[in-house]
Design a protein around this ligand. Structure first.
Ligand code: SF4
Length: 327
């Protein structure tokens, strides 16, 4: 049965969750149908998020030193990437990032820690750092932390962490191909525990790891059921020294990247949809179009990869006819 895009469009606009088959059809639309898809995504984006774009900056609070074997990551045991490795960033770096961001009006300060399990002493250090940030400025704080124990989650919540990032990364069936040291279901369980602890959840994934359309559709459908507040969509950047360093990423055309973002918007219309790593590399001149779909972006880089500066990102947003969000 051929699915008509008009039927899919109407379903999405009526707020009805698409089926897997319909989600697959979105990823497989021809490039000629992309303008209609972008128009549909924009109707939803405007209804839920207006015409503003939030800018987030990321501080890498712990780099490398991770015992997990995620094949896409420069910080794990499967990588020999020449990255900086440290177990906790100098507190001055947090404050410098946060102050610079606050001056420019960033919408959210995201703090990433490599690794999947944190000891209590490290959680306490992080709590003290978050308390200092929250005392000095009111910027919301999101942390990316691996698997927390319920007591650690409570302490971070009390310290002022608003949101926790824990990505699904890819579809359930493909997950064992990108990581064997923990499972997809470990990730789902952690997200549910964090929701019960009162956190907003940020959870998304990576396109271009070698997954097929079905894997990506499955991931977004699972995310739609988990109802995260924000959904970062990354486009895979092969990093030297990682097992996927020579992965063929020619399929990540600007048109395909936009279809992936549109699918996320159609399935999670009210979420903060964040175009994350890879936007500068793969979307190129099509970057103005991404703001019709995504309502937040990162600036100043992505943990172990560079990205556009905050100032340049603000200019891109304004040149595309959008406002950047001051929160
Ligand atoms: S993605 Fe996270 S858990 Fe996996 S290797 Fe990288 S830092 Fe470790």
């Amino acid at each position: 049965m051929t699915l008509s895009f008009q039927e899919i469009r109407q379903k999405a606009l009526d707020g009805i969750l698409l089926t897997r088959q319909e989600a697959l059809a979105v990823l497989r639309l021809s490039d000629a149908e992309l303008p209609d898809l972008l128009d549909t995504a924009y109707v939803l984006r405007k209804a839920h998020k207006g015409n503003t774009v939030g800018i987030h900056v990321l501080t890498n609070a712990r780099s490398g030193v991770c015992d997990q074997d995620c094949v896409y990551c420069a910080q794990g045991r499967a990588s020999s990437s020449p990255i900086e490795r440290y177990s906790f960033a100098d507190p001055k770096i947090f404050l410098d990032h946060a102050r610079a961001g606050a001056r420019l009006g960033i919408a959210r300060h995201c703090i990433g820690l490599s690794g999947i399990r944190l000891d209590d002493a490290l959680v306490d250090r992080l709590c003290r750092q978050v308390e200092r940030l929250k005392e000095e400025m009111r910027t919301p704080v999101c942390c990316s932390l691996g698997f927390l124990r319920p007591g650690q989650a409570r302490r971070l919540r009390e310290a002022g962490v608003d949101r926790i990032n824990h990505n699904l990364n890819t579809g359930r069936n493909f997950y064992p191909r990108i990581c064997t040291s923990h499972s997809y279901d470990d990730r789902v369980r952690n997200i549910r525990m964090l929701q019960e602890a009162g956190f907003e959840i940020c959870s998304g994934g990576i396109a271009g790891l070698g997954e097929d359309h079905g894997d990506l559709a499955d991931m977004f459908l699972d995310l739609a059921n988990l109802r995260p507040h924000s959904v970062p969509v990354n486009f895979f950047l092969p990093l030297a020294g990682t097992p996927l360093a020579s992965r063929d990423v020619r399929g990540l055309t600007p048109e395909y990247c936009l279809k992936v973002l549109c699918l996320a918007r159609l399935l999670l219309p009210g979420a903060d949809l964040r175009c994350a790593a890879g936007r500068e590399v793969y979307l190129k001149d099509a970057q103005p179009l991404l703001f019709r779909v995504a309502d937040t972006v990162f600036a100043s880089g992505y943990l172990t990869a560079d990205g556009d500066s905050v100032e340049r990102t603000i200019r891109q947003i304004q040149d595309a006819g959008f406002d950047y969000r001051l929160e």
